[in-house]
Design a binder for this molecule. Sequence first.
Ligand code: UD1
Length: 342
Amino acid sequence: MNKQILVTGGTGYIGSHTVVELQNEGFDVIIVDDLSNSSIEVLDAIEKITGKRPAFERFNLADREKTGAFFENHQNIDAIIHFAAFKAVGESVEKPLEYYRNNLVSLMNLLENMKKHQVPNMVFSSSCTVYGQPELLPVTESTPRKPAESPYGNTKAVSEDIMRDFSNANENINCIALRYFNPIGAHPSALIGELPVGIPNNLVPFITQTAAGLRDELKIFGDDYDTPDGTAVRDYINVVDLAKAHVVAINRLLKTKQKAAYEYFNVGTGNGYSVMQLVKTFIEVNGVDLKYQIVGRRAGDIEKIWADTTYANKELGWEAEKTLEETLESAWAWEKNVRNIK
Ligand code: UD1
């Protein structure tokens, strides 16, 4: 029988790409999502890509009763990948309680039910935000965490601590946190991708929407950083590469290859690109015009970060494969598909 994976937030950006990779590898998937930041049509797209429609239930995992009832009705779950969370950094500063309640209570409800129903494995979406601005680059898994800059970032740090303590206290529970760097791009089919509601906060959706004519111009936040061209540097990872890292982490847990009850890995490419390099590459590979203007720094931004992926490459046997060029092509192909641009 196929292993069954519960994917929370499975209609979201990273979740949907991971569901595709899981189904391609022969896993059965059940998605739980409240559709607060994604749409039900994503299920059609996943079915088109993989030939299989994942099971789906709509509710918010911070609801303890509904989460309990879900596990009562699904006794055969082998592992959970927990994506469902609020993720807007700025909004989290305005609404800290909403962020703490949604992101932490949902995790605790899941862990409680893992124990009750003998679901031994969880993979969790963490973020390189836990490193803050590191003293030394690139960051390895032993780079110390820094106090979070936002309630959103703090929910990731606290979630990691909760998983560590819970898996240490329960012999049969194992968790892997994947610390994502900056996920960008879309599935090569252009049927799924990132579709932010309202004005995008993140760089690549803002670029593609500007190229599509939805926004007047891109604002580049700061060109006075201590970087080669003065703009901030990040490690941009293709979302399909990132999705595949989740499948690898799931297999590590299912085959009990993990070295500790709680593990964490950097999931990046190992390469840092500046905002300006990314913008220029986007224009070049897609042959589009893009209006941009340099403005002041954005509050809370760090100057530069990229991953040392040695440990993840060695331990997981995984590495990012796609180039920045093909990733930015995929981002534009997706935006064109969404906006019906030829
Ligand atoms: C942010 C969060 C990170 C979170 C991720 C999720 C911080 C410090 N980090 O990453 O924790 O996991 O979003 O989506 O908040 N930029 C522009 N113009 C724009 C948009 C962005 O110049 O219109 C620049 C930013 O200043 C930054 C780079 O592009 O230097 C990447 O920004 P973004 O895509 O928002 O990601 P992060 O801020 O790195």
